[in-house]
Design a protein around this ligand. Structure first.
Ligand code: ADP
Ligand code: MG
Length: 299
């Protein structure tokens, strides 16, 4: 488990991290979302042992990360700007990681090579940004990390490769309990993959949620009834939004999904569908009118 407690980091008097708290459970795919400059890369550089916090704790399974090789050995990191030695070829970078990480899995490296259309003889610097990200992902997954940290990973990737990478990643999550922390400035990019989301703003995580919690508690319904009548459910459920287009009513309702379905069925709708909410919708409706700041950030 990753626990970040009250972390403060200043650069020349500027507070980039302002008492940041976050918790990433084992096996989670945690999306860290926030606008440019929120501090995502900065907290990631603490978690990967590059920066030392001014105060607070950066813990993996209860151990501080900074200058702790045993902990850092379990973490693989794909930064926004991929690192490589200036003229190194992909294969040479892979050999470098193999020499540093005893658990580097050459079999997996070979197997993953079939997924990526990359020649190990090519120089890293001559690859496009998206290809460099692929190469980094190829190498980092070969380390069989317990924790994979990705800073803005989809930047430059085409949709097909993006899907490939998420497939490999989610497979490792389910097969090996790998934990993933992924940052993005765009909530939509993380929509299909994350099961936990933290919203970051001005050096703090201002909202942290597990999606299963959220998705169970809010339902989107589309239904139509005979004539013009619509059952009034407001006494039993909290209707957060209601729109009508012709005969079709769309409602966002808080409350237990099964109870809601059973209750509405007693009104004999002509059609009734329960639709999954997008992450964005969940946040908007969950936050209601309360937190405009968050709304501005994630939309
Ligand atoms: P994000 O990744 O969310 O876009 P960053 O973590 O890169 O944001 O940056 C957060 C803030 O900290 C920004 O205002 C940035 O200018 C500042 N910052 C980050 N790293 C440094 C540094 N090494 N020196 C000075 N300021 C920095
Ligand atoms: Mg960044």
């Amino acid at each position: 488990m990753i626990e970040i407690r009250n972390v403060i980091k200043e650069f020349d008097g500027f507070r980039a991290l302002d008492g940041l708290n976050m918790t990433v459970p084992d096996g989670a795919v945690y999306g860290l979302v926030g606008p440019n400059g929120a501090g995502k890369s900065t907290i990631i550089r603490h978690l990967t042992g590059i920066y030392r916090q001014d105060s607070g704790d950066v813990l993996v399974d209860g151990e501080q990360v900074f200058e702790n090789p045993a902990v850092k050995n379990r973490i693989a990191y794909i930064p926004d700007d991929i690192f490589y030695f200036s003229n190194a070829r992909i294969g040479e970078m892979a050999s470098f990681y193999r020499s540093i990480y005893p658990q580097f899995d050459s079999g997996r490296f070979k197997k993953l090579g079939e997924v990526f259309d990359l020649d190990p003889k090519r120089q890293m610097r001559k690859l496009s940004k998206g290809m460099q990200k692929q190469a980094a992902f190829w190498m980092m997954m070969s380390l069989r990390p317990d924790i994979l940290v990705l800073d803005e990973p989809v930047d430059g990737l085409d949709p097909v490769m993006r899907r490939q990478i998420w497939n490999i990643l989610l497979n490792a999550v389910s097969e090996e309990q790998m934990t993933v922390l992924v940052s993005s400035h765009n909530l939509r990019e993380l929509e299909d993959v994350c099961d936990h989301v933290g919203i970051m703003h001005k050096g703090q995580v201002i909202l942290e949620r597990s999606l299963s919690e959220l998705q169970g508690s809010v339902t989107k319904l589309q239904m139509a009834f005979e004539g013009d009548q619509v059952p009034d459910i407001t006494g039993r459920f909290e209707v957060m939004n209601h729109t009508q287009l012709g005969k079709v009513h769309t409602m966002i309702v808080k409350g237990d999904q099964r109870e809601l379905g059973d209750y509405l069925a007693t009104f004999h709708p002509l059609v009734m569908d329960m639709l999954p909410l997008t992450l964005e919708e969940i946040f908007i409706y969950e936050l209601g009118g309360e937190n405009y700041e968050v709304k501005d950030i994630i939309l």
